[in-house]
Design a protein around this ligand. Structure first.
Ligand code: PLP
Length: 458
């Protein structure tokens, strides 16, 4: 029988002794001790000392409908009893995965009518790599195998997803290039605030987009399969490309017959004020990756959406020798269906676009205008990045060694607020159900933590 009644110290000791955490230094974490989260409701989580904490990150950008929604819980319960598992290999299917596919064809952008399921965003991006290479092979262009992405991009943590991503410290796990597969290339990111120098954002956006053309010409268009990017880069620091960026990327992909993959793992399901970030940024991708908000994180499930033209090629191409035991898991699919209905029934997308998104950004803009260490605020809808700076006029940020992001994150923990530090930016991505009153609380606590961080470096 599982014992849930342990003290915080006991949980921490067991955690240190037996549990290895993702993206953490085990020794340092063991010494510091973990924060043990025991329950959640709405926009709040509670830890094992019964502190009530405002979750400004919706878990890991995923709990879009907020915690404790009975509609999702009951959907899981019903499906567990009806059919807890069956696979979709070997000519079998099940009602939840069929119904979820149909529902996704309603909420995804026009032309997306075919869906392949996976268990996580990383698996879904691996799936993109395999299906895209299969696609070009069927089309008689088997040399088109290389993927181009951006430095500082995050597309997941499997080997292919790590390689698609542009995080040097991930590529170098296992020694220099130890986690980087061949066939993955990277260009600069459209992060004007840090890298734009004296250029206007528009000039810089164009310049960064044109790096794609340079890279394609260097590699040869007949060897490039696809370009992948998030509409708004999330884990990189909520980077909204300048207005000139996406139209130029789209033009280049079309000119050289390169597929465009929009990784919507964070941006999807209402986060940016539309169902998908591609709509917010005016992009027309061939493939989209979905996870996180697809089930609001209640159960692991991910999907890739394929444009009709793309699927038509696969449809004539013979066996797809790819799939996962949990592709289209019936319980996860049932939860995803309930989640999409919840988003629709509560008009969450419109609420983010017209009410809570603008309200959050107005509050954050006040910080830009008034706070000495806030250089800019980026984002759309309920997705925001606060840039921490030493000097606003010269756009000078804190150094990696100073690590103001982690300092500020620790102040947030102490003030019962979850904001994530990414480099020298603080990230906000709350449940889409957050109320104006809760946003006021978030902004007030954020200010306290920014003040404390400013004092630490003052
Ligand atoms: N793609 C993006 C844009 C992400 O932000 C993430 C996770 O944060 C992933 C892919 C990977 O998803 P997962 O952690 O479910 O494998």
């Amino acid at each position: 029988m599982m014992n849930f009644n342990r003290t915080t110290a006991q949980w921490q000791e067991l955690d240190r002794d037996h549990h290895t955490h993702p993206f953490s230094d085990p020794k340092a974490l063991g010494e510091k001790g973990t924060r043990v989260i025991t329950k959640a409701e709405g926009s709040y989580i509670w830890d094992s000392d019964d502190n009530k904490i405002l979750d400004g990150m919706a878990g890991l950008w995923c709990v879009n409908v907020g915690y404790g929604r009975t509609e999702l819980i009951e959907a899981a319960d019903r499906q567990m009893r009806q059919l807890p598992y069956y696979n979709s290999f070997f000519q079998t299917s099940n009602p939840p995965q069929i119904e979820l596919s149909r529902l996704l064809s309603e909420v995804t952008p026009e032309g997306f009518n075919h869906f392949f399921f996976a268990g996580s965003g990383s698996e879904a991006n691996d799936t993109n790599v395999r299906l895209v290479r299969h696609y070009w092979d069927i089309k008689g262009q088997p040399k088109k195998k290389t993927f181009i992405s951006r430095h500082n991009a995050y597309h997941g943590s499997t080997l292919a997803a790590t390689s698609l991503g542009g995080m040097g410290y991930m590529h170098n796990m296992g020694g220099e290039g130890g986690s980087l597969l061949p066939g993955f290339e990277h260009i600069g990111q459209p992060f004007w605030y840090l890298e734009g120098g004296d250029m206007t954002p528009e000039e810089f956006g164009l310049m960064r987009a044109q790096e794609l053309e340079t890279k394609i010409l260097e590699l040869g268009a007949d060897s490039v399969a696809a370009f992948i990017a998030e509409p708004i880069q999330g884990a990189g620091g909520v980077i909204v490309p300048p207005a000139t960026y996406w139209p130029e990327i789209q033009r280049i992909c079309k000119k050289y017959d390169i597929l465009l993959i929009a990784d919507e793992v964070i941006c999807g399901f209402g986060r940016t004020g539309n169902w998908f970030g591609s709509e917010t940024m005016g992009i027309k991708p061939d493939l989209i990756t979905m996870a996180k908000g697809l089930s609001s994180g209640y159960l692991p499930i991910a999907a890739i959406g394929m444009q009709d033209d793309f699927f038509a090629v696969l449809n004539g191409g013979g066996d797809i020798n790819h799939g996962y035991t949990y592709s289209g898991h019936p319980v996860a699919s049932a939860v995803a269906i309930a989640n999409i209905h919840y988003i629709r029934d509560h008009n969450l997308v419109e609420k983010v676009r017209e009410d809570t998104g603008p309200y959050l950004h107005a509050g954050l803009q006040h910080l830009v205008d008034s706070h000495p260490i806030v250089g800019e605020v980026r984002g759309r809808g309920l997705m925001a990045g606060i840039q921490l700076v030493k000097d606003k006029a010269s756009r000078t940020t804190f150094s990696g060694d100073e690590d103001a992001g982690t300092v500020c994150r620790d102040h947030c923990f102490s003030n019962n607020l979850i904001m994530r530090g990414v480099g020298q930016s603080m990230i906000i991505s709350p449940p889409l159900t957050i109320s104006r009153i809760e946003i006021d609380e978030l902004l007030a606590k954020a200010k306290i933590c920014l003040d404390a961080t400013g004092r630490d470096f003052g």
